[in-house]
Design a protein around this ligand. Sequence first.
Ligand SMILES: [Zn+2]
Length: 302
Amino acid sequence: MAEFALAWVLGVFGAVIGSFLNVAIYRLPREGMSVFRPLRSFCPQCERTLPWYENLPILGWLLLGGRCRGCKISIPSRYVVVEVLAALLFAFFGYRFLSQHPMAFQEGLGKSLESTIVLGTGLLLAAVCLVVTYIDLDFKIIPDEITWPGMALGLILSVAAPLIHDESWVYLKLAGNLGWERHLAALTASFAGLACGILVVLMVGWLGSLAFRKEAMGLGDVKYMGMVGALLGADGVLLVFFLGCVTGAIGGLIHRALTGERYIAFGPYLSLGVLLVLIGRREIMTFFLETWPGFVRSILLG
Ligand SMILES: [Zn+2]
């Protein structure tokens, strides 16, 4: 029961956050604006300030029928899509978290706090994925305002809540097999993930530029994977990057067939990789490390 309650609460919270993410997506890449300035939302066409009820997540857009009441310009459906996605992701993570850790919030202050940080970290990463996806689609950049603080936050959260890394290979080796103090082990796992994320994108980008004689990856992608590595560990970020490359290759081919453009934004595919890993890290790992090799072996050996 409690997991349904938490899913509903986080779903509504996610819709509100989604509405804030829309503001971030619009303002972060634009000069002279910040997420909090101006404080009130406005119509980009007629600059009319929106009253509070038009600002309600999902409902506001439905209420207006997708058009600005002032100038009748149509409000892109993307605004609702971001709010709905944020609501669904938040609800899902809340539900799953509590069904996997039923006692998460009743284990004494220290452990409850750590559980809350783990849940919050998942929600934060999901939100970042949405923002990065749309900013990269619009402007072909991933803003430093997200990635630099993200890397620092990844290290800090890892020390605050080592539980974040309870699926990271480095953490399990250090804290489990070698008996390291767990906060130190988590910080090390976070650093390893950060370095691994940065290095793998730099290396693949360098190989790509040798092969295609043009820039294959941007520095934004490098810093983004540094941030993801700090939060998901080395094996986590490698899995994210692998999934991003696979889906990006497929997406790139489709994009090229439809538009003739060769360049694709990589951020949305990396973000898809992050979401997939957040949703089913263990299942995906098992598939690629056990199910798939087993399948290939059974075919080869008849
Ligand atoms: Zn307007």
